[in-house]
Design a protein around this ligand. Structure first.
Ligand code: WTA
Length: 651
């Protein structure tokens, strides 16, 4: 547990404010009271498979009905066995068939201020055409398509086109390096790459195609690369391999019926950090994921027909998958997509967008909220935010102070806040207030959604009592759960199912209070949460030791007011003296190996790292040092006491 988390827990432990939903909100909500929520939760918990089965029949389109809701052979789940559906059909054709073709599906704002909108009928047409482009390059069911793009509508089009023909997308956030792309492409054996010439970021063009060229030199499975012209940057096009998006689209027919796919056909792979150096390819499949994204979207965001929903996440992360694309679109929502940075051209950009498009539901990360607070209220006050009716957060815990600011300054004290706890692995939101039903407590993700059964256990797997912290597990399979780690069943079993018998181990510590409210207390493993993004300490260490001058490295999180956690590394050198140049070279090196998001904030050079007698690096000590804290606790197993002293001297 980081000391930041420690501090947060101290504050949240004392948090007793309760914010009940306003009657004017509850009256119109899908779920209107605590009693109604409890009845639904109890009904679901009595027979989760049947509960989800009934919903699946109502909410998804079935080319062929399923015969069994759940086939559970721990730890492998099959949901809606024998059925055939298609996520792209559920997002597009279903809306058009329901007479909603003229409804706006995507409202898009580009960073330079350009904008576009696509109705469901238009999106359906674009997706069908692009699906035909993929087919023309030989992409079919079960092929993996790697996507490395800016937040433009074509990113959603590419994802949905894959889904339409049973290809599996692997979206890689456009901040990752060529090395990271190549690793992911090779692990998934991607056949086609989709990218853009460049992406806008704070007025500058980020050269995506150039990065992809480097990655493809090391990704032998990729046969074709499709390039969208977004910025008009000069790029090299390799003949035979590279194709312009618009050239392929010019020739493509817009007739491409959605392929009926098995419920368990893989829909996408999304790589995320775990506690080893190698990112995990989290596998999600078609029907269960689609149902879960749709229902959780409707429950948590209490979606109504006239809403404009804005989730600020990039589609490179799971939040963008579930709440920019699959959840909102399969619910027929109007969804806003923004390409750029929150502080470009100035710190009021988000609020300008809320005002311009009359956004009614706004979903963002606590790290962004902390930045807004720092930038000053004047940027908020310039804009009319009266269209907002509901706010959400995701990615990390929100400290009560930031919650109160969000409530007052953005929500005008009238909008409920849904603090949503979930993970790449869970596919969708697992715990969150239902905004018309569950009173909120700042800093708590409150209660589990219907059909989700969390249990907090100790290290022997025994349930712990109220207010006692422990490991957060989920006791029954749910439709959105990951179906495995791509190509690595053993790791799937080992990470999620080996430490606690029969339950999914989430990897977070949590506490449940006397009112049944859950409080997330940080990771149990060596995963950092930097600005709401997961990073593995070992991945950063491996990147550092691949530099010729680095002998050993240890990465730890240290508290940071903006990022939540910042990356601090301790490095021992070989054949060279410490210098500021080397410090910047190492930062650059990590950027090159992983991407800018993993760049260390602090690098400290040291003669040796503190280790136990068995040779394990003592991370707890390094964390304390990085946080500037007095070292507390047991240091008796420290191999060399002088190491600690010398590390302290360097501060
Ligand atoms: C953390 C993001 C506290 C948690 C959707 C989890 C949270 C990890 C919350 C998953 C929250 C996410 N409160 N912590 N509301 N939401 N987390 O896979 O540690 O990028 O395990 O999924 O983020 O991160 P991931």
């Amino acid at each position: 547990m980081t000391s930041q988390t420690g501090r947060q827990i101290d504050t949240v432990m004392q948090e007793s404010r309760l914010f009940p939903p306003r009657p004017s909100f509850s009256d119109k909500a899908r779920i209107k009271s605590l009693a109604e929520y409890e009845a639904l939760w109890n009904k679901a918990a009595a027979d989760p498979a049947n509960f989800w089965g009934e919903l699946a029949r109502e909410e998804l389109h079935w080319f062929e009905p399923f015969t069994e809701a759940l086939n559970w052979k721990e730890p492998f789940a099959e949901w809606f066995v024998g059925g055939k559906t298609n996520a792209s059909y559920n997002c597009l054709d279903a809306q058009v068939a329901a007479g909603q073709g003229d409804r706006v599906a995507i409202l898009w704002e580009g960073e330079p201020g350009d904008s576009r909108q696509l109705t469901y009928a238009e999106l359906h047409r674009e997706v069908s055409k692009f699906a035909n482009c993929l087919k023309s390059l030989g992409v079919g069911e079960g092929d993996v398509v790697s996507i490395y793009m800016p937040m433009v509508p074509e990113l959603a089009i590419a994802m949905l086109a894959c889904a339409r023909i049973g290809a599996i997308h692997s979206v890689i956030f456009a901040g990752f390096s060529a090395e990271a792309i190549a690793d992911r492409n090779n692990d998934a054996q991607a056949k086609v790459q989709i990218t853009a010439d460049a992406a806008w970021r704070r007025g500058k063009a980020l050269p995506l195609k150039q990065t992809v060229d480097e990655a493809l030199a090391k990704s032998p499975s990729v046969e074709h690369c499709i390039v969208l012209n977004r910025v008009n940057e000069a790029v090299e096009m390799k003949s035979g391999r590279d194709h312009w998006w618009r050239d392929l689209m010019a020739k493509a027919s817009d007739d491409c019926p959605a392929t009926p796919l098995d419920s368990e056909a893989p829909l996408f792979i999304l790589y995320t950090s775990g506690s080893t150096g190698k990112p995990k390819g989290i596998k999600h499949t078609t029907a269960g994921y689609n149902l879960f994204a749709k229902k959780t979207f409707q429950w948590v965001f209490d979606h109504r027909e006239d809403d404009v929903f804005w989730c600020t996440a990039d589609c490179g992360w799971v939040t963008g998958h579930s709440y920019v694309v699959y959840g909102p679109l399969s619910a027929g929502a109007t969804c806003l997509m923004y390409e750029g940075a929150p502080n470009f051209p100035d710190e009021g950009r988000f609020w300008e967008i809320v005002e311009k498009y009359k956004v009614s539901i706004f979903y963002t990360a606590p790290t962004a909220i902390r930045a807004f607070i720092k930038w000053g209220d004047e940027h908020v006050e310039k804009h009319d935010l009266s269209s907002l009716r509901l706010l959400g957060t995701v990615g990390e815990g929100i400290n009560p102070e930031a919650w109160m600011w969000y409530h007052k300054k953005i929500g005008g004290e009238r909008c409920p806040i849904v603090d949503t706890w979930w993970q790449t692995e869970t596919g969708g939101i697992m715990m969150s207030p239902l905004p018309g039903a569950i009173p909120t407590k700042p800093g708590s993700c409150t209660k589990p959604l219907p059909g989700i059964i969390p249990e907090i256990v100790d290290e022997s797997g025994k349930l712990v009592g109220a207010n006692q912290g422990g490991w957060l597990t989920i006791a029954h399979p749910w439709p959105g759960m990951l179906r495995g780690i791509w190509g690595d069943d053993d790791r799937y079993k080992e990470v999620y199912w080996s430490k606690v018998q029969g339950k999914y181990l989430a990897g977070d510590n949590a506490r449940c209070d006397d009112d049944g409210y859950y409080w997330i207390m940080g990771r149990i493993d060596d995963v950092l949460n930097v600005s709401g993004h997961r990073l593995s300490t070992i991945e950063i260490e491996s990147a550092l030791v691949s530099h010729p001058n680095v002998a050993e490295a240890a990465a730890v999180g240290r508290p940071d007011d903006l990022k939540g956690e910042a990356v601090a590394v301790f490095v021992t050198l070989k054949n060279v003296e410490p210098s500021d140049e080397l410090r910047s070279a190492l930062k650059q090196h990590v950027r090159k190996e992983i991407g800018a998001l993993a760049q260390p904030d602090d690098i400290r050079f040291t003669n040796s790292l503190p280790k136990t007698r068995s040779g394990k690096i003592m991370r707890r000590l390094l964390k304390d040092i990085a946080a500037g804290k007095e070292t507390v606790g047991d240091t008796t197993t420290l191999e060399d006491y002088t190491v600690l002293a010398s590390l302290r001297e360097e501060e």
